[in-house]
Design a protein around this ligand. Structure first.
Ligand SMILES: [Cu+2]
Length: 301
């Protein structure tokens, strides 16, 4: 019963986030105002400003904003919005920033777009003398929150392994050593570098109370050779892995160009189509590096 409540909570937490799909947001220009004046969006979303009435000059930044920053008027975009030019669309990829905009024909009209970053917080339950799930896969920048269930006995969340080599992440408590109890029911840790981190409960490790956090590397989809650009070399890398028995790449996720959870010849074909015959671009994370939030068995290490 407790287990199913916990799982339902996890599902609810997960379903609150839209993964992978970009959304278009609309702002309407009226005669002397635009609405809404501010939006909070996800990286990769687009915003379209539409003409309803008046003659406007949509300008990024803030009036008198510092040169060389996103506040500089017109640095990111500048577009007339009037009866001839009835809409303008911009894609926001700058994570974790707020970007201003205003009407240069009426500079008291200012607005802003806040772009959320794409890190997430994942829950691990500390329940029935177990960590649940035992293994959790996240991406660098994400956080894990260990949640001690009420009435559960005293545990610890201790990084490393018993007897692990000193000075490494395997040394007990090298990164963290926290109690998980009714007095300290939540412990949260931010993982900012890729690693495979084992952890354990000091009183119960001999009964098998261990867990693992797999912190994956952010990647660009299609960038099979991890040089941060998409070229024919990436398609060759995919084909070499499939047909020539080259070593298994550390970031198989990057080879899964179409994000169907497997690496196959279709990924190479799709990448070649994008590079040479204007076929569709790879799905996110692309063109910026980022996490892959679709559930599949492929990892990026
Ligand atoms: Cu324990």
């Amino acid at each position: 019963m407790r287990m199913s409540v916990f799982l339902m909570t996890m599902l609810l937490l997960c379903s609150g986030t839209a993964w992978g799909q970009s959304t278009n947001h609309v702002i309407n220009f009226f005669d002397s105002a635009f609405l809404p004046t501010s939006l909070t969006i996800e990286a990769g979303d687009t915003v379209t400003w539409n003409h309803v009435a008046g003659t406007h000059l949509l300008t990024s930044g803030v009036p008198g904003g510092a040169p060389g920053t996103n506040d500089e008027p017109g640095l990111l975009f500048s577009a007339p919005i009037d009866s001839q030019n009835t809409s303008f669309t911009y894609t926001f990829s700058q994570q974790g920033t707020t970007i201003g905009f205003f009407d240069a024909n009426n500079p008291s009209q200012i607005g802003s777009i806040t772009v959320l970053d794409d890190t997430l917080v994942f829950d691990v339950g500390v329940v029935d003398n177990e960590y649940l799930p035992v293994v959790i896969e996240i991406f660098e920048g994400d956080s894990v929150r260990w949640v001690h269930e009420p009435m559960e006995m005293f545990h610890t969340v201790t990084s490393g392994i018993p007897g692990g080599e000193p000075g490494t992440i395997y040394e007990p408590g090298f990164l963290f050593d926290e109690e998980s109890s009714d007095l300290n029911p939540i412990f949260q840790y931010n993982f900012d570098t890729p690693m495979d981190l084992p952890y354990f409960c000091v009183p119960h490790v001999q009964f098998g109370m261990v867990g693992e956090v797999i912190v994956q590397d952010r990647f660009i989809r299609g960038d099979a050779d991890r040089d941060d650009t998409l070229t024919i070399g990436d398609a060759i890398s995919i084909l070499s892995y499939l047909f020539q028995g080259t070593a298994t790449p550390e970031c198989l996720d990057a080879l899964d160009v179409v994000d169907d959870g497997t690496v196959n010849i279709g990924d190479a074909i799709s990448l070649l189509g994008y590079l040479f015959s204007s076929a569709a671009a790879p799905v996110a994370p692309f063109p910026e590096e980022g996490p892959d939030r679709t559930a599949d068995a492929l990892l990026c290490r």
